[in-house]
Design a binder for this molecule. Sequence first.
Ligand SMILES: [Ca+2]
Length: 161
Amino acid sequence: MGSRASTLLREEEIEEIKKETGFSHSQITRLYSRFTSLDKGENGTLSREDFQRIPELAINPLGDRIINAFFPEGEDQVNFRGFMRTLAHFRPIEDNEKNKDPTASEPLNSRTNKLLFAFRLYDLDRDDKISRDELLQVRMGSGQNEELFCLNSLSVRLYYI
Ligand SMILES: [Ca+2]
C-alpha cells in the first residue's frame, strides 16, 4: 500500500478476482485503470470523496447509498478487491449461464444477492429492516419507486464508472 508497486495488478490477483466476481480479464483491467484514476491519494484505496467525483453517481438519486455500499461497516476506505466485489452485484444475471461451475458458491450477481444488495441500499441504519421512513426517503429522492428492484438501470450507470 502507498507504493508505486500497488499501481500494477498482478496476474494472480486478476485470476482470483475473476473467480470471485465473474468479471472477465479485460473488464478487470479496465476497471482497475478506472479505479486508479479515481484514487487521487494514490494509496490503492478509494475514499467516499473519490466516489463523489463520479458524475453518474453524483446525479443518481441513490448515489450516496451506492457509495455507502462499497464500504464495509465502520470503514472509510475500499481497496480494489472490495470495489470489484461490490461491482459484481451489478453484473447481468445471464452472464452466469456461460461459465456455470456447479462447485462454485453462489455468484455475487445471483438474483438473491442482487436483492440483498438492493435491500441494503434502503436499510440506511443497517438494522436488517426497511422502515417506512427509509423507503419514503428514496421515493421522494428519486420519484421512481420501481428503482427498488431495478438494479439493471443502476448497472448501466455503474458500468461506466
Ligand atoms: Ca433500517
